[in-house]
Design a protein around this ligand. Structure first.
Ligand code: PMP
Length: 452
């Protein structure tokens, strides 16, 4: 019979899959090491089990002990599987930037999850680095994993990921590309590969808001490079001991938008449903295109599964809110795409200024078309109100008919945007008449919101 004695024995030996479309412009053979085939759906299973085994071996982790870690989710999943099989308790400290799915998944496998704010300095007592350390000190029989500085992290990849890639490519690999977070994946894999063939080039994928690229290029830890970002799993505001900069030939930074867009493209073009750092890695590879030639064998690492991002990168509403969807803006109706469909808000000539202002506040809008029984006859907006305010400050009870400005121009759905923008220079808004005879308002803000 051929079976694993427990789930941990199924970790590793993940497939290497050729990419055929998403990297078509790269002349080399491009192969993805797809780590979602691990039981916890990420590469982190490998190092989680290794860190626990090493801590058991030298007595840092005692039977029945509590494992504590600041983890963005994937390491937590690996630790959780090992904790279940080996009989430990697990507390995961996670930053509030992480997707809700990641937190729910950790709870599903028995971890206690403690959520901390993202936008605080690492030294701040509320940061997830500080909270994990404090919990480790306060909890009896606890072991703080510290994946950032724990050498067993990189060692797992030296022992497994590196040799697997070397064997699967029969030693033909020329470049290795991987997102860098703790640095364990890239450093351990790179060490093994460079020992086998020092000519293999190692590229790290970094993100805007992280210190790695600049530190690698200049030796300067630049606090100004640190700001919050959307991409998950890669980039840091600290220098983890697991990043061995001497093994990395270069870094490239990928924007949040590009990482998100390419995460979707991998799923759609290759049928490989992987996470956000895989998108960053593919876009990073395309940025590095000039470094690859037809004889090269480029291996890119896909760390985790797309299922953890269904509420984010794989959700159209989320993508649109972030401004990551390139909705094509050509004609007037395209300007309304991002606005939730809502009926036109208007006022009548015989209503009072106070009514109009109340309605603007209620609907969070800054302009109202004014109608009477004949149709659109005027408009109320900041300009018209201000003009009248200079004449009469007590205008709350004045009928709109006495205060209103000219009616807004009416355009049809297919009016080119180039003709809409000059109109918005002269008017606070324009009215768009749809094919079924309804009217929508396009404001200056609607136009500005299309700028990405
Ligand atoms: N991608 C994802 C999704 C991750 O969770 C991580 C781990 N933080 C990484 C990439 C980076 O891997 P490493 O920590 O080994 O550098």
């Amino acid at each position: 019979m051929k079976y694993a004695k427990n789930i941990l024995e199924t970790i590793g030996n993940t497939p290497l899959v050729q990419l055929n479309k998403v990297t078509a412009e790269i002349p080399a053979l491009v192969l993805a090491k797809v780590e979602t085939f691990n039981p916890g759906n990420s590469i982190k299973d490998r190092m989680a089990v290794k860190m626990i085994a090493d801590a058991e071996a030298d007595g840092r982790l005692q039977p029945g002990g509590t494992i504590i870690e600041g983890t963005s989710g994937n390491t937590g999943m690996g630790l959780a599987l090992a904790a279940i099989v080996k009989g430990y308790k697990l507390i995961c400290v996670i930053s509030d930037k992480q997707s809700k799915e990641k937190m729910d998944i950790l709870r599903a496998v028995g971890a206690e999850v403690v959520v901390c704010p993202t936008d605080v300095e690492p030294e701040d007592p509320r940061s997830y680095y500080s909270v994990s350390k404090r919990l480790a000190e306060e909890t009896p029989n606890a072991w703080y994993v510290n994946q950032y500085d724990n050498p067993s992290n990189a060692q797992a990849h030296y022992e497994q990921t590196g040799p697997e890639i070397w064997e699967q490519t029969e030693g033909k690999i020329t470049h290795f590309i991987s997102g860098v977070g703790t640095g364990g994946t890239i450093s351990g894999t790179a060490k093994y590969l460079k020992e086998k063939n020092p000519n293999i080039k190692i590229w790290g994928i970094d993100t805007y808001g992280s210190v790695f690229k600049k530190y690698h290029e200049t030796g300067i830890f630049d606090q100004d490079q640190v700001y919050s970002y959307v991409t998950e799993g890669i980039g840091e505001d600290i220098l983890p001991k697991n990043v061995d900069f001497s093994l990395i030939d270069g870094f490239t930074k990928v924007t949040d938008k590009d990482a998100a867009v390419y995460t979707r493209r991998i799923a759609l073009e290759e049928g490989i449903f992987v996470g956000n750092s895989a998108g960053a890695a593919i876009k990073g590879m395309l940025q590095l295109k000039a470094h690859f030639s037809a004889d090269d064998v480029v291996v890119v690492l896909f760390h985790d599964s797309g299922s953890r991002y269904v509420g984010k990168m794989f959700n159209d509403d989320w993508m649109r809110e972030q401004g990551y969807l390139d909705d094509h803006i050509a004609v007037a109706k395209d300007l309304l795409q991002t606005k939730a469909a809502q009926p036109l808000v208007f006022a009548r000539t015989e209503e009072l200024v106070s009514h109009a202002i109340g309605r603007m506040k209620k609907f969070h809008i800054a302009q109202l078309p004014v109608i009477d029984s004949t149709g659109f006859v005027g408009s109320i907006d900041q300009d018209t109100l201000l003009k009248h305010y200079l004449i009469d400050k007590d205008m709350a009870d004045t009928p709109l008919r006495e205060v209103m400005g000219k009616p807004y121009p009416i355009i049809d759905e297919d009016t080119p945007v180039d003709q809409v923008s000059p109109l918005l220079e002269q008017h606070a808004a324009v009215l768009l008449k749809t094919k079924d005879g309804k009217h929508n308002l396009i404001s200056k803000t609607d136009l500005i919101n299309t700028i990405k």
